[in-house]
Design a protein around this ligand. Sequence first.
Ligand code: KIV
Ligand code: ZN
Length: 525
Amino acid sequence: MTDNASDRQIRIFDTTLRDGEQAPGCSMTLREKLRVAKALSELNVDVIEAGFPAASPGDFESVKAIADANFGPIICGLARCNAGDIEKVHAAVKGADRHRIHVFVATSKIHRDHKLKMAKQEIINSAVGAIKMARELCDDVEFSPEDASRTELSYLAEVVTAAIEAGATTVNIPDTVGYTVPAEFDKLFGYLVSHVPGIDDITLSVHCHNDLGMAVANSLAAVQAGARQIECTINGIGERAGNCSLEEVVMAIKTRAEFFELETGIDTTRLYPTSRLVSSITGMHPPRNKAIVGENAFAHEAGIHQHGMLQHSSTYEIMRPEDVGLSSSSLVLGKHSGRHAFRDRVQELGFELDEFETNRAFQEFKKLADKKKDLYDGDIEAIIMNVDNASVGPWVLQSLEVQTSTDQPARAAVTLLGENAEVASASAEGDGPIAAAFQALEQVTGVDLTLRNFELHSASRGEDALGEVTVTVEHDGSNYRGNGTSVDIVEAGSRACLECINRILRRKDRGSDTDSSADAERATI
Ligand code: KIV
Ligand code: ZN
């Protein structure tokens, strides 16, 4: 390793919107993807893989919208090795000043024999043809030999050599099934570095899955062996056990800079707000003990640890909470807190809201402060995350009444306000209050749903904590996800259910699929 600054620089390629979004339950709408893309650009990632445009018209539209927004990072789209996919990626990403086409084909024997039913040379020909075609459309072309970590080393080197000769500017080595271990991956990268002519002229990249819990460790082994781009996702979301977690790999490089002698361009103070944004949108909340962004990541409970911390924080803390965007103070706001204090806290928490968003969030804050004595950071974050969804109709929840008892079915009555100011009400019974409220919402809107998943998360502490509910429902063979928050969990659930109903109705109204939250419509890779 040299002292040359560019040699030390690791590019962060974020694939939250492609590999992350591909995971069950993590699909996002176009608006949500745009919010995440903006947050990723504020985090200062180098590349945003915005999606897989050939997967569905919705995916194409969202990649195009992100590219057209031109937030700053390179915008990349994924393609199989065929002309149709490559043309779609190009059409979707070309609006961004800096854009990339990422083509992939599987190379391992298992994939060759059972999935592709193609011989070794056919795969090389297909990769070379695709890279050459992509290079005619774009100067920045990435190639990935899928399942590289289970591919014969000499064949992998042959494929990578051919890819570089064909014009690939980045070659990415995926551990697609999360099978490798750090020492083995180090050997694989070492082999490629010493056997592939021209490898020094391209960017070598790594892409790890977390099936054995080693995605971050394997990615770090790869950069030590010469990789200069890491592909990762916020909160490590992704297929199965997920992908390499962006916040973990970035903080490992920063915290152990004297060991790795590497750096990234990430603004680490944006890590926590970005993690919060992604978990609130997807409803996939990191476990409490998750490194860097878990609720307990900086909590010191044991007396001996607390004593040490009071003497000097470095006794038990290797990173400062503020380095990852967690505020160090635990200021509590209440109903007498003014707009100024609210806005300051929002900024300290790392959110950048414009005047309009601040006003809307402040109104919600005041409503919540009437119901709840103390408002913690988690409550404020939940308000900010949801302020965007609340206004999207056609239906808005006006009132909800619920009756429960231990020996009677639960009853719920809902009143909704429609977009033409019409008021509609219905009441229903159910086994529990959630079932009754959902029944009433289905009746009043005429939309039939099957509940597939219901998740409740407490946004802050205390009995009056704000509950964040994420529901997934099925309607006409497609899945829809909605979020809702309230101090009352039945109300939070009803708001989440109503968001699903609104998405279904908006989609019907449009008569087309520009809402990529419909998992069922997505083609599989
Ligand atoms: O895991 C994988 O192999 C991938 C490739 C498409 C890069 O996601
Ligand atoms: Zn992957």
